[in-house]
Design a protein around this ligand. Structure first.
Ligand SMILES: Cc1cc2nc3c(=O)[nH]c(=O)nc-3n(C[C@H](O)[C@H](O)[C@H](O)COP(=O)(O)OP(=O)(O)OC[C@H]3O[C@@H](n4cnc5c(N)ncnc54)[C@H](O)[C@@H]3O)c2cc1C
Length: 471
């Protein structure tokens, strides 16, 4: 009797799960397993809010499996050690999992594969977290794209030629009996305070609900509202996608179906589908260039001299730079584990261009706090904002935090929501509180002069480019 194990990682769902579907088609009896790897939990790398969301998703996945008569097996330890042991303990020969993209994940999976195959087992590995892997979207010369727009065009061409449709999970084979499981830990065991950050409900059902709610409400106006942090104009699906509580194929196909059902929604939803492709793009950038997690994508900026400014960094982290839109974003991040995309861009630009602090410091801080913290998208976003990345914001285009605030939060509602000290500053004046008749005493003045810092940044980036060109 063929026995198999499915190793859940960032694919915490039953529907349209590529490797899971492949396993249950072949195994006559099986078990799903999640390995709590001490390297990945309850530390800066995993981030407190993200660990809490993960454990919530995991508990709900466990309940969904139970309803289908299968227990979720949980084990503590390093997968390279735990999984081969578990295969031998259960007599399973097949091990399935969905492909990783980070250097850490790829190395870990290669080690697991080696041991399993050495012991005579078989690994079933599938591409799942993106629709197309980097090897499937190539330029005419066969190389990987480094610019988003042509990547997007080729991506859509491929999709239209051969869409990858979601697969429904059929009846499950019976579980391998009598295998002991550890319990899913309570976040408090990692010192994570449940009340600290208000998180969304985890799990597959909540993800689907959120997608449907978005498609029937804000999606039609997404092209107009997506840059407005004062509006609830985006899907808020990022954390669900991060942990695979919903599949990317499901999102794309449901978006296409919603357009077909009501063509008036097309402008909004088509724009949203294009944004999902940034996620695919950054994943393939990481797949092709694992070094970006440490280095500038564009080596011509390697000579950039960043500031060593612990006070500036602390003020940025704590949301007290004196630039309201930046501070509102940082406070939203700390209080909810999420920040609006436009404000992420503004906050990242401020750190790298106004404070001239290395993007890697900001990337680390975001990664620690974001529930959707994803190595590829976070790195892509940071390097884009710092002008060191693919398809970059050219270094001479530097966000003015006041103009950005006035443009995207025209009534100041977003800023007032996150900065109580500015409650009484009316309208758009909240973006320059120092100009108010009575500047609020509790809110700090700007820590740097934007106009001066802009000139410094232009000089610094231009010198680095020159040095890069001459080296
Ligand atoms: C400095 C910086 C850091 C970022 N770090 C992350 C991160 O760690 N994880 C993350 O998922 N996104 C990251 N983003 C991208 C983006 O901010 C979030 O995906 C988005 O705000 C999530 O909200 P939403 O689900 O409502 O997005 P929507 O606007 O509804 O977009 C739908 C989905 O498309 C994807 N998406 C949209 N924009 C982008 C983008 N620019 N890059 C990659 N994917 C995108 C996300 O999966 C998102 O859930 C970062 C952006 C910047 C500028």
């Amino acid at each position: 009797m063929t026995r198999g194990l499915h190793w859940f990682r960032n694919d915490l769902r039953l529907q349209d799960n590529s490797a899971l579907t492949a396993l249950v088609e072949r195994a006559e009896t099986w078990l799903p397993v999640f390995v709590l790897d001490p390297r990945m939990l309850g530390n800066e790398r995993s981030g407190g809010p993200r660990t809490r969301f993960l454990l919530d998703c995991l508990a709900r996945l466990g309940r969904d499996l139970e309803k289908r008569g299968v227990p979720l097996l949980v084990r503590h330890g390093r997968p390279e050690q735990v999984l081969p042991r578990l295969l031998s303990e259960t007599g399973a020969r097949l091990l399935s999992f969905n492909r990783a993209v980070t250097p850490f994940g790829c190395q870990r999976d290669a080690a697991v594969r080696r041991t399993v195959e050495k012991d005579g087992g078989e690994v079933i590995e599938r591409l799942d977290h993106v629709v197309f892997g980097s090897s499937e979207i190539r330029t005419q010369k066969g190389s990987a794209y480094s610019v988003y727009s042509p990547y997007r065009k080729t991506w859509w061409r491929r999709w239209l030629e051969a869409p990858r449709l979601p697969v429904r999970l059929g009846a499950l084979p019976p579980p391998i009996p009598d295998v002991a499981s550890d319990r899913i830990p309570d976040p408090r065991e990692f010192g994570l305070d449940a009340g600290a950050v208000a998180l969304p409900t985890g799990g597959e059902a909540a993800a689907h609900q959120r997608l449907e709610q978005f498609l029937t409400t804000a999606a039609g106006r997404y092209h107009e509202d997506r840059d407005r942090p004062d509006r609830d104009g985006t899907s808020r699906l990022s954390a669900y996608l991060r942990f695979g509580a919903i599949s990317i194929r499901e999102c794309i196909v449901r978006g296409e179906e919603a357009i077909a059902a009501d063509p008036a929604l097309e402008s909004g939803i088509a724009k949203w589908l294009d944004e999902l492709l940034w996620r695919e793009f950054y994943s393939s950038i990481l797949e092709e260039n694992p070094r970006v997690l440490r280095e500038n994508y564009r080596s011509e900026y390697d000579a950039l001299v960043w500031n060593d400014d612990p006070d500036g960094f602390e003020a940025w982290c704590e949301g007290r730079t004196g630039y309201p839109i930046v501070d509102a974003g940082m406070r939203q991040l700390r209080e909810t584990g999420w920040m609006h995309n436009r404000v992420r861009m503004i906050a990242a630009s401020f750190l790298t261009k106004d404070l001239l602090i290395d993007w890697r410091e900001g990337e680390r801080f975001f990664f620690e706090h974001l529930v959707d913290g994803d190595p590829a998208s976070n790195n892509g976003g940071w390097q884009w904002a710092a002008s060191t990345g693919t398809d970059p914001q050219p270094y001479f285009r530097i966000f003015n935090p006041i103009a950005q605030g006035r443009r995207w939060d025209p009534n100041g509602d977003y800023v007032r929501r996150w900065i109580p000290e500015l409650q009484n500053v009316p309208g758009a004046q909240v973006h320059t509180p120092w100009e108010a008749q009575q500047p609020p005493a509790a809110y700090p003045p700007p820590i740097v002069d934007h106009a001066e810092r802009r000139e410094d940044a232009l000089e610094r980036f231009s010198e680095a480019r020159q040095a890069g060109a001459n080296s």
